[in-house]
Structure formats: C-alpha cells, structure tokens
Design a protein around this ligand. Sequence first.
Ligand code: ACO
Length: 420
Amino acid sequence: MSDTAKLIYKGAEYELPLIYGTEGDDAIDIRNLRNQSGLITFDPGLGNTGSCQSEVTFIDGEKGILRYRGISLDALEHHPNFVEVALMLIFGELPSKAQYERFSTSLTNNANLDEDMKHHFAGFPRSAPPMAVLSAMISTLSCFHPEFLELEDATQVERVAARLISKVRTLAAYAYRRSLGLPYNYPDPSLPYVSNFLHMMFSEPYRQYSIDDEVLAALNMVLILHADHEQNCSTSTVRMVGSSGANLFASCAAGVSALWGPLHGGANMAVIEMLEAIHNGNMTTEEYVALAKDKDSPVRLMGFGHRVYRNFDPRATILREVSEKLLERMGRKDPLLSIARKLEEIALKDSYFIERKLYPNVDFYSGIILRAIGIPTNMFTVIFAIGRLPGWIAHWYEQKRQVYTGNKQSAYTVRTKRGW
Ligand code: ACO
C-alpha cells in the first residue's frame, strides 16, 4: 500500500502522505499542501474533511455503526448507566469501581449551585428559551470556579468534569422550575445522577417525586445515546473554542449554542411540533410527507436524514423500542407515537427518501420518550445537551491532551553547546 497520494497540478507532482484510521477510514494529509503547491482545499460543511485525529467515537454511516471508545451501542443498551458511559468517554476506558465511586461522590458533592447563581435565574424572563439560559449559566460557572480556568493534570480534569456534569442538570432543572414560577428543589444527596435530576425537575415541597425504574432506564438510555457523535456541529464548536485555550465552561457554553439550532439538537422539538400539527388535524401524514418532498416548500420531514448516516441511525432503532416499552409499561397510548410510526412507514417506502438515503435519526423517537416522562417540549434540547456534555468534555480534553503530549518546557541550549 502506498504511503502517499499523488496530486498533479500544472504539470508538477505533489506527494501527500496518507493517514490510516484503525477502522479503514483513511485520509490524505494536506497539512503541507499550501506550502508545497500554493493550493488550498474547498470543502464547505467539511463533508470530506477530517478536522482532527480522535480516539473517542467511531461512526460508520453507511453501515449504521456507532461505537464509543470501541464499544458498540447494543452492549450499552442492556446496562444503561449514563455516569459509567460519561467516564468511559472522557477517560477512554470503562471505569474501575474506585474511579466510578470517586466520580459519583464528586457528582453528589457538587450538585448544588452557589446561592448567588439563583439571582441570575431571577433576571431572566420566565419565557426565556431554556437553551439560552443553559448556555448563559454554563458560562457563568466560570465566574464561580476560577480555580478551573487553567488545568494542570488529569485529576483536575476529573474534578472539573464532575462539577460541570453535576451542575448542568441542576441548571437545567432550575431553568425549568423558574419558567413555571415553581420553587427550586435542592439536589438530594441520597439520589444517583439521573434520579436526582428527575427529583429536581418534578418534586414539590409537599410531594416527593416517585421514581419509576422504567422511566429511569429510559432516561439513562436517552442520555447515553446522545453522549457523543464524533465531530458534529456542537462538538466541533467545543473543540474550536477550546483550541484557543478557552476553559471548559466557555467551550461547552458555545457547544450549547451550536446544539440549539433546529438542524442539530433543536430537531427533537421540531419533530414533536410536526407530530402535534398532524395530530391537531392541520394536515394528514400523507400531506406532510408530500410537503416535505416539495422543493418549493422549506418544510422537511423532521427527525429524518443525517449528515453521516446513509443507512439507518442505530440510535433511532433503540429509541423506538425504548419508547414503545416505556409507554406500554406506563399503560399509556401516545397518539404521536402512532403518527411517527405511520410517517416512518410512508417515508421508508417512498422513492424520494430511499434515493436520498433518508432514515429516522436520533430525534425522531426521543421526544416521545421525553413527553412520556413529563418533560416539556422546550426542554428537549436541554436534555440533549445534558447527554452530550460528556462527549464535549472528552473532545475538549483530547484536544488539550494533544497539546500536552508535546515536549515539556525545556531550557534553551546555546548553539555552541549543540555543536554548531
Ligand atoms: N426531509 C425532506 N428532504 C430532506 C430531508 C428531510 N428531513 N433531509 C434531507 N432532504 C433532502 C434535501 O432537500 C436534499 O434534496 P435535493 O438533493 O433534492 O436537494 C437532499 O435530501 C440532501 O439534503 P442535505 O440537506 O444536503 O443533506 P445533509 O446531509 O446536508 O443534511 C440534515 C442532513 C441537515 C440532518 C437534513 O437531513 C435535515 O435537515 N433533516 C431534518 C432535520 C433533522 O432531523 N435534524 C437532526 C439531525 S440529527 C442531529 O443533529 C442530532
């Protein structure tokens, strides 16, 4: 196998080195292209560009494969534990018992917000979009934790990761409570990560929220399936902001902004709005599909299509099952689930969607699950952000480590001593 690719331009030949990915996703290294030939590359949307080398997540969009640190999603499906997956993503391996316990304790101890942060919530209008509040409040954490603006070693990364992962659910729950004018619930140290979030969202001063195991497993799974997706829009944003040396809070606040858009994380809200519009009789499923295919209309079939998956999105397959199981367990019927299934059935038989390789993505069924849990539509993208946070941290840390893998600071040796 040749170690270079050849480019011929205006009669001159340029050798470009190859980089071999562990899963056969080989790349041409063009870092010296401009120096050698004066040429640059043009690839809007980075559809053909690997922006970095990464060990975090592998996706094969043609085969519908997604693996975190080499572990496939199906393996995680039977043991849904978001905290374990978060540690694995950030530090590269499944955690030892000691690391898991240390991290869990740290999550518990850091769940509370500085009391002064509550005043910030009061300053937002009740109608404020929760993603705006989340981004602003994650950024605000950097004011309350100046000790983490410069990180020295892996121990500090673990400490800041625990703080951010822990506090983000408190921020999310407070944003929700504030939007409804409800009193904030302090975190309960006796509850593990996901249960504690449900408590902060739904307990009342006069009634403790009762946590159902099936709800817990479903929410864990939703968070796990959102935990990373290699170099997507928000993760690339986190890496880009972090590449300037910006701290983790600032970088992740930017990630929240990137995730907010309807073509990225915001699609989960748009899916429910689409299903509700059909349910309310504004149009039939057939009419909606026809509109989504009409080139004169800006409407798209929300929750369908993906930049990377040109076959099925494995997350959608799992979430469809989880949503059906959860509704059955709760003894509920959600008419939106039937509409979603019908839309899927129509689209998967339609040549427009077949030719363009458009399949349901992660957002198509996640909203049905979140609705069943009682999470309002305007909080869906916030839940996505809570799930994606470990992935953002993993990439931010990987990039930072790449900086640290260079030479340690060393003294300048004068030329004479170097034999000049
Ligand atoms: N409904 C109807 N048509 C679609 C859809 C859709 N959901 N998605 C793509 N198309 C069509 C486009 O109109 C285009 O048609 P054309 O070739 O005739 O012009 C073709 O398929 C390719 O579309 P692109 O936008 O170029 O595809 P791309 O891969 O860049 O976009 C995206 C992917 C943005 C996800 C797109 O499929 C989409 O808008 N989907 C709906 C929004 C959505 O569900 N987003 C969530 C993605 S998952 C996530 O971010 C977590």
